[in-house]
Design a binder for this molecule. Structure first.
Ligand SMILES: O=C(CO)COP(=O)(O)O
Length: 243
């Protein structure tokens, strides 16, 4: 809970130039807390456009990238390309990449490694499904996913870990502040013990203007990765959750 509140806005596959303009206008109007670090992630096609228009203090992230610098990988983009257009962040390991596009722990680990070596900062995502939670596998799953990421990291200053329980993503079923705090604390202890690292752990999954304050008050919640609400005016409320 120390330091700035990290607030990521994952637009997912939602955007048009008009919509990007509207979201940027909303951010320009603000107000944006000086105690927040803000990173917005539009679809790849709009990265350069959004980067050129985003107000000072709002960074931009890609939503994905491949584990190679260039080559015969039709449809993919590389960290080098993201850097080349002046964008500094990338989201990796999102549950939608894992579930829909079948990305496994090994691929996500390799992507994290390559993105960091290319000089990008990474928001790395982990989280359990409802079935895994109900069969008491939350800890096992998030530790396994985190380990696969952590083993590929040497430059820890440039990593933010996002805990996004799959059952809370896009469902309106937010994790309770206690549920989020419990997993964040376990992840922090795990990272400290096995990797000698204490890093920022942010929460994602149906974060709204209404629930952001209570979640942000949890000791081990260092910020948010916001999906749906990052496209709406309430994103400003979330940015200002801690005032
Ligand atoms: O997946 C998310 C952010 O990456 C969360 O999405 P929602 O905020 O729409 O639940």
């Amino acid at each position: 809970m120390s330091g700035k509140l990290f607030v990521g806005g994952n637009w997912k596959m939602n955007c048009s130039k008009k919509q990007a303009d509207e979201i940027i206008a909303m951010l320009v109007k603000g107000p944006l807390s000086k105690n927040a670090e803000i990173v917005i992630a539009p679809p790849a096609l709009y990265l350069e456009y959004v980067k050129s228009k985003a107000p000072a203090g709002v960074d931009v992230a890609a939503q994905n990238c491949y584990k190679e610098a260039s080559g015969a990988f039709t449809g993919e983009i590389s960290p080098a390309m993201i850097k080349d257009i002046g964008v500094e962040w990338v989201i990796l390991g999102h549950s939608e990449r894992r579930a829909i596009f079948k990305e496994d722990d090994a691929l996500i680990g390799a992507k994290v490694k390559h993105a960091l070596s290319a000089g990008l900062k990474v928001i790395a995502c982990v989280g359990e499904t409802l079935q895994e939670r109900e069969s008491n596998k939350t800890e096992e799953v998030v530790f396994r996913q985190t380990k696969a990421i952590a083993e590929n990291i040497t430059t820890w200053e440039n990593v933010v870990l996002a805990y996004e329980p799959v059952w809370a993503i896009g469902t309106g079923k937010t994790a309770s502040p206690e549920q989020a705090q419990e997993v964040h604390l376990k992840l922090r202890e795990f990272l400290k013990k096995d990797f000698n690292k204490d890093l920022r752990i942010i929460y994602g999954g149906s974060v709204t203007g209404k629930n952001c304050k209570e979640l942000s008050a949890q000791k081990d919640v260092d910020g948010f990765l916001v999906g749906g609400a990052s496209l709406k005016p309430e994103f400003i409320e979330i940015i200002n959750a801690r005032g």
